[in-house]
Design a protein. Structure first.
Lengths: 243, 328, 290
């Protein structure tokens, strides 16, 4: 299988505190990876390093074979990397559909001129339909409910037609039915070819979703393998439950 | 990118024409002075809003850019005897560079550091100018105006037309930005900068662009000042008052639209001119109070209030906007 | 050429004044460094306190006594301003960036104009037995007012540091800077904690204002200069570091003093701002920042 993302021996420190220590991860095209670990283990830091929000101290990150370690975040987005945020960050003052116009305009279509507006508009509508948010198309993003916000995050992320989607706790705080909804959307997205890394605490979701589970603890990867293996790994249990 | 609004362009052409012809019909010179000042603030407030309202980065150094524009024009006049259009262009160029510089230094940090840096830049520049003997230092510089160009009767009339044109230009620029890809990107930066970056928006580049444009317009507003008052002196030109006024005008008028700064400027600047004889300091205090009040109680400014009234009337009279507007 | 005596004098004066700068910046270190409030109005409150000290001085009160008198009113001023800021902006999240900054700028401006309307633009002086006299040490004469300022400054810094480290309220304040949620779990109300902290910061600023009146003549435009100095100290120290404030203050004081000696007084106000820009450009987390 071809490799899409290669994180090689990455270390990240914050003023003496080591958030990530020699982290290596190989993600193949089309894979569904679950990333787990207790709070503070470095999951969000890893995502921030992959998406470019943080600069890594040592090591390198390769995307589709190219070294992107020094590449600016927006360029990584243009190269096909998308992510959602642990606490949703919509563009609150804009309508739901306008939120999607940003990636559509800046990544997919280039600066939209008036003539093309209509077709891009229907593309945005279609995206909203895929995440089952089409009925809230013209609502102001600041007025959405929690689960709607998470759907909007997903819609905005996939608007850019990414090759890799990283979801940071996309289901946190949702009810069981809503978790199922989001999970179905993610599985459907993966079936269309998008590689997905899912960071999550909800174990049933992780188990159902992942082909492979990676566990982080105190900035190190302590296990990387099939779901059943990882979950029965004693170190993983120790990391979550303590000694 | 078409801006297809006939009333807008009609006004854009009519206004400078009015500025040219009205004085000839016997309008008191005093009103020409007032007009100049009000239009100057229209430029300043509009320029401020491009960075402050659209992108969310609060510039406290409007006075610095304004002052730099005035002194750039002065130096161009003193050294090269440059005509006014060249002075304005030169001032705008320097303003753009200054905006770029301030941006490069601080736009990677949190918003408030940018704001503090703008104050810092203002004071440092003012200190330089205070110590620069070529332009008169602290005691300022007297200017001997050349003859008035053909077609104008007095300097005041000519400068009024010039400032009207600058105001129209700045509004055109602001409106274009607002409705274009740049405006959408800036709004994304203001709402959620990291998310914007992850959605493909080159946030630093857009912010730097907004800084440069904003700085250029502010400096351009200051360029005609030496000719307008025949005397230029650092303390009044680099004054913090310009910074507060521009900020207050944008907040009071409404930061999300080009119309807001225009309304705010007209309201506050004209009231200032008419209060000037009574108590200028009280007026300043009221401006500060208005700023605080609007920022708390009416964050969308006068434009926001008008929009709300418009929506309420539409609902009451049963008129609904059927076509889904996807432009916010 | 700079003689050794001049340099030494500049260093000593600079260090003393630097301690004073640290004292007037402590309030900002708490409000902005710990609580993350964009407190542009800090310098304005400082100058306000200085004027209050002057006013009480006209009734015969020694500046240090005046400091104690205005302590409590300023505490409440801080608590009220923070509550206002919280209700109007912080609570509503998101779009508060511009509005919060603009709010404090407006408040600062209102204070400045109010002061110039009430007291005029002339410089105001306070008098006390230790103002105008100096102590001779070897070849140098050190003004007593600087020594008084130094003592108060050190006392203030040490006192606040002990408060933040040893008392429950103090530790709660440091905790809320890190994690408001954790604070809720142990039963302390983050908002009230922040309000209390802001009140303390403003009270510290009141003392700083009295020191300001002692050290130099007071005029409304001091606001602008001290925005530079206080933010320079806080940023140089590093946000969240209270102990760094003293070191940062001394660095600023000495730098200003040397520039003053070598280039003259007209460049002095720009030093703090220049140093601030330098720090922001090269090492934004300051000397000891988190």
């Amino acid at each position: 299988m071809t490799s899409l993302l290669q994180v090689e021996d990455v270390t990240k420190c914050f003023f003496g505190f080591t958030a990530l220590s020699n982290v290596s991860l190989d993600v193949a095209v089309g894979e569904r990876i679950g990333l787990i670990g207790p709070n503070g283990s470095g999951k969000t830091t890893l995502i921030n390093c992959i998406s470019g929000v943080l600069k890594i101290d040592t090591g390198s990150i390769l995307f589709q074979g190219d070294d992107i370690s020094a590449l600016a975040t927006y360029r990584r987005a243009k190269a096909g990397m998308a992510r959602t945020f642990q606490i949703p960050m919509p563009f609150r003052s804009m309508s739901v559909v306008d939120n999607l116009m940003i990636p559509l305009e800046y990544i997919v279509h280039g600066l939209i001129d008036m003539a093309n507006e209509g077709s891009v508009y229907s593309e945005a509508h279609e995206l909203l339909r895929r995440v089952r948010l089409a009925d809230r198309m013209n609502a102001r993003a600041g007025e959405l409910s929690q689960v709607e916000l998470r759907k909007l995050e997903l819609a905005r992320a996939i608007a850019a037609r990414p090759k890799l989607l990283v979801c940071d706790e996309a289901m946190a705080g949702l009810a069981a039915k809503e978790v199922s909804e989001i999970l179905d959307i993610l599985l459907e997205l993966n079936s269309t070819g998008i590689t997905i890394i899912m960071v999550e605490h909800i174990m049933q979701a992780v188990m159902r979703f992942s082909q492979r589970i990676v566990c982080l603890s105190a900035g190190r990867i302590i296990c990387d393998g099939l779901p059943e293996e990882t979950m029965s790994n004693p170190e993983v249990r120790r990391a979550y439950l303590g000694n | 990118m078409k801006i297809n609004s006939i009333p807008f362009w009609a006004a854009a052409i009519l206004l400078p024409a009015c500025a040219y012809f009205l004085p000839a019909w016997g309008l008191n010179e005093y009103y020409l002075y007032v007009g100049y000042v009000v239009l100057q603030y229209v430029v300043l407030a509009t320029a401020w809003n491009i960075l402050g309202g659209y992108a969310g980065y609060v510039n406290f150094g409007t006075g610095a850019f304004f002052g730099v524009g005035a002194y750039a024009a002065l130096v161009l006049f003193m050294k090269f005897n440059a005509p006014l259009p060249v002075q304005i262009a030169g001032a705008a160029a320097i303003g753009a560079l200054l905006g770029l510089g301030a941006g490069l230094l601080t736009l990677r940090l949190k918003g408030i550091f940018f704001s503090i840096a703008t104050i810092a830049a203002a004071i440092i520049i003012e200190t330089f100018v205070l110590n620069w003997r070529y332009v008169g230092g602290a005691s300022g510089m007297q200017i001997i105006r050349p003859a008035v160009p053909l077609g104008f009767e007095t300097y005041t009339r000519m400068l009024l037309v010039v400032m009207t044109i600058l105001a129209v230009v700045s509004i055109i620029v602001a409106r274009f930005i607002e409705k274009s890809w740049l405006g959408r990107g800036l709004r994304a930066v203001r709402d959620a900068e990291v998310a914007a970056e992850c959605s493909g928006v080159p946030t630093l580049k857009l912010k730097l662009l907004a800084c440069a444009i904003s700085g250029a317009l502010m400096a351009a507003a200051g360029a005609p000042l030496p000719l307008y008052s025949s005397f230029i002196e650092p303390h009044s030109v680099f004054s913090l008052n310009y910074s507060v006024m521009a900020l207050a005008m944008a907040v009071v008028g409404g930061m999300s639209s080009w119309l807001g700064p225009v309304l705010g400027a007209i309201l506050i600047a004209s009231s200032q001119q008419f209060a000037a004889s009574a108590s200028p300091e009280l007026h300043l205090f009221i401006v500060g109070a208005l700023l605080v009040f609007f920022v708390i109680a009416a964050p969308d400014g006068l434009v926001g209030l008008l929009q709300r009234v418009g929506r309420m009337t539409a609902r009451m009279t049963g008129m609904q906007n059927v076509r889904p507007k996807w432009r916010s | 050429m700079l003689s050794i005596e001049l340099l030494l004098e500049a260093l000593v004066f600079g260090a003393l004044v630097g301690c004073f700068y640290a004292a007037v910046s402590i309030g900002l270190s708490i409000a902005f460094g710990l609580l993350d409030v964009p407190h542009i109005a800090h310098a304005a409150f400082l100058v306000l306190a200085a004027y209050m000290t002057y006013l009480l001085g006209t009734y015969g009160f020694d500046p240090l006594v005046a400091a104690l008198l205005i302590l409590v009113p300023f505490f409440f001023l801080g608590a009220i301003v923070y509550r206002f800021y919280y209700e109007a902006f912080e609570k509503r999240g998101a779009d508060t960036g511009v509005r919060g900054i603009a709010f404090f700028f407006g408040v600062a401006f209102m204070v400045q104009v109010f002061l110039s309307m009430t007291f005029g633009l002339d410089q105001r002086n306070v008098s006390a037995p230790y103002i105008g006299t100096s102590l001779g040490i070897g070849e140098m004469r050190i003004p007593w007012r600087l020594i008084v300022a130094l003592c108060v400054a050190v006392g203030l810094t040490v006192g606040l540091r002990l408060y933040l480290l040893r008392t429950f309220q103090g530790r709660a304040i440091r905790a809320v800077a890190h994690d408001a949620w954790a604070l809720r779990i142990i039963g302390a109300d983050p908002v009230r904690t922040k309000q209390w902290a802001f009140g303390i910061a403003t009270a510290a600023t009141a003392i700083g204002g009295a020191l300001l009146a002692i050290i130099s003549p007071v005029e409304p435009s001091l606001d602008r200069v001290y925005i530079g100095r206080t933010f320079c100290v806080v940023v140089l120290a590093g946000l969240g570091s209270m102990s760094g404030t003293l070191a940062a203050g001394i660095i600023l004081g000495v730098t200003e003093s040397i520039v003053l000696t070598m280039f003259g007084a007209s460049w002095a106000p720009a030093v703090a701002f220049g140093l601030l820009l330098l720090v922001l450009g090269i090492r934004p987390q300051g000397l000891f920042g988190r």
